[in-house]
Write a protein that binds this ligand. Sequence first.
Ligand code: NAI
Length: 266
Amino acid sequence: MGKFDAGFAGSVALITGAASGIGLATARRLAAEGATVVIADLNEGAAKTAAQELGADSVAFDVADPDAWLETVEGIKNRHGGLHLVHLNAGITTYRAENSDAPRLGFDLSAVPLENYRRIMGANVDGVILGARACIPLIAASGGGAVIATASAAGAIAFPPDPIYTATKHAVVGFIRSMAPSLEAQGIGCHAIMPGIVDTGLLAEGMADQARTLGIPVIAPEEIAEAVVGAAQSGKTGGLWICLADRPAFRYAFNPIDGLGLPETD
Ligand code: NAI
């Protein structure tokens, strides 16, 4: 029997980047399902407001900070007695959403400020790996559960408007696929959520409307929350869940490489 077969009531869920967008939608969904939710975000004010709305706990920290991770997990253990699900969701693009520092056309790698590069690697890659590192022991000690990361469809395709973002999401997908067998042995399911374009503050101003005009479907954050719940309850592990508009999330698989000589794990 899977950890969440009977639902999420009585479980403790930590969601990063939960003050807005996909994380907030997931927090709302899990709170509605009866979970004790911990909203984590860099934006302290927005995290507190969201927590108040949901009757949730909140914590403000940078997911790129390894010490903050350890403190956060210790705090959750003390306040809530355990942890069953972590949604490693906080993430950013190379240029800020307001687009003030972004070039208008193409992607000029040499023009990317080093600070932007460090910031996105910190949020999107360190935030997932350090988060998993800090949370896994407590999830295991709490009887198992799930580690779910928000990657992106850009974790499996080329996305020329932001190659650095694409690299971070490929990193998340590789990490999740490779962690799954070790975590399964500890009763922890491990999944990557891979959405197309979602209508959140991550998008540059007007981008959602522009996408719709071009016939590109834009997904509501609530649909991604549904995918997170579905992955946690799938009874499987190592899932790469593609999320598109108006249809249930479905599993993606890479092509196997014949002749490599290594065992395929998924
Ligand atoms: P969002 O901008 O609405 O939410 C991201 C949240 O993460 C914000 O509240 C922000 O304050 C927080 N955050 C950023 N850096 C942080 C850090 N270092 N430490 C702690 N919190 C931090 O954006 P959205 O769309 O909800 O993004 C969530 C995840 O979904 C990201 O990983 C993003 O890459 C991914 N995603 C988004 C898509 C989209 O089209 N919006 C498509 C595919 C994936």
